[in-house]
Design a protein around this ligand. Sequence first.
Ligand SMILES: Cc1cc2nc3c(=O)[nH]c(=O)nc-3n(C[C@H](O)[C@H](O)[C@H](O)COP(=O)(O)OP(=O)(O)OC[C@H]3O[C@@H](n4cnc5c(N)ncnc54)[C@H](O)[C@@H]3O)c2cc1C
Length: 447
Amino acid sequence: MPATKPEQKPRLVVLGSGWGACRLLKDIDTRLYDVICVSPRNHMVFTPLLASTCVGTLEFRSVAEPVRSIQPALSLLPDSYYFLARCTDINTDQHEVHCEALQEDIDDGKGEGGNKFSVAYDKLVIATGAEASTFGITGVHEHALFLRDVKNAMDIRTKLLLNLMKCEIPGTSMEEKARLLHCVVVGGGPTGVEFSGELSDFIRHDVHHKFAHVKDLIHVTLIEANEILSSFDVRLREYAVNQLTKTGVKLVRGMVKEVLPEKLLLTDGTEVPYGLLVWSTGVGPSPFVRNLPFEKSPGGRIGVDETLKVPGVEDVYAIGDCSGYLERTNKTVLPALAQVAERQGKYVAKALNKMAKAGEGHAKAHITPADPFVYRHLGSMATVGRYKALVDLRESNKSRGLSMKGFLSWIVWRSAYLTRVISWRNRLYVAVNWATTFLFGRDISRF
Ligand SMILES: Cc1cc2nc3c(=O)[nH]c(=O)nc-3n(C[C@H](O)[C@H](O)[C@H](O)COP(=O)(O)OP(=O)(O)OC[C@H]3O[C@@H](n4cnc5c(N)ncnc54)[C@H](O)[C@@H]3O)c2cc1C
């Protein structure tokens, strides 16, 4: 797509369709910009509820919001598009992004490679997120499952149900059954803890009735090198440890050295056989971000200034997990959270709308400096299973503020996320899924 002419609307190109990108797409004024969204995922994932889909508490559909529903102009306006593709490179001198159409979805994986194309931009926002950190540990990519998007959650659910059914096949040894039904979670952050809690609920409520022959063999182990939920208030952490232990989750303090097909090795020499291994040890920059020729933040993300602009190049912004403040800004490092990405998307949309209104929307126009982005942490929540949750409303790294735990917190957790789910359609799906799970148990069909 060639560069826009001065008489045309300026073109905004957005890379990604996650929390940051979708908030930006929702808030951008499409009367002022033509918008092109490039992403290999045609939907946004409501990640806080993703762990619930792995065991069937929620259906996958309930946590996925199509990009075209979030910003209808992508389908309706003649010069606005969503492209199912990934960006491979950015030429900031030419003001264009180079992209590759998603091979497996476009040509079923049989062709030479996805179509390559370029899109010229007036303004570019990079919101391509991060990828799971493996710390270079051998075997993680080959044998562990990650929990980053809906496909991952589907794989986890399939494997869990497959292992349960394999155990009932005549001729399976007791040792093999114990291995197949050992679910190991590595990483004790909110995602690892919530997933462990969901698994233990699934075991208590559903495996006990629907897989009664093997119910005593299934176990969950959570391995963490330091403390679980280290960013939460210490009282909440202790509570989480007690709750998880009560629900049968075994907590192991240890570091993984190597992952083999059916067991993992800890640095102290312990061998841990597993049937399902879920890896959730935080995130780091993706190869795409690492290869971009921009100055990087201390964590290796795209370095940005106080206004989320990439310094040294014109008209490029970076938001969410793919970006970080440059060291020289002296700003506090922001956590890799949906609430950060979403608020950055909102901030950049507002700034871009203002620019276009001031006639600064086209490429290389003089830009009036914007007010800096200010982040205020609204708090963190996590469920720990058995209708219990933690709500930590302290400002980050400060002891001021409310923190609570237990059943009431679980109600707060559910209500908060139900209201935050993007569309009314998904809000209804989530509410109906919760009600059906409560009344009839989780779905254990394997497709
Ligand atoms: C299971 C789970 C639970 C979580 N729970 C919470 C929570 O409770 N609260 C909270 O605040 N945060 C939570 N998070 C973190 C939160 O989801 C992330 O911080 C947030 O998604 C970051 O948003 P983002 O827009 O930067 O990236 P993402 O949401 O990861 O989106 C990145 C997008 O970029 C696309 N992309 C990648 N590469 C390219 C490319 N080369 N070209 C074009 N597009 C590309 C991807 O397909 C994706 O659409 C959770 C994360 C997970 C995985």
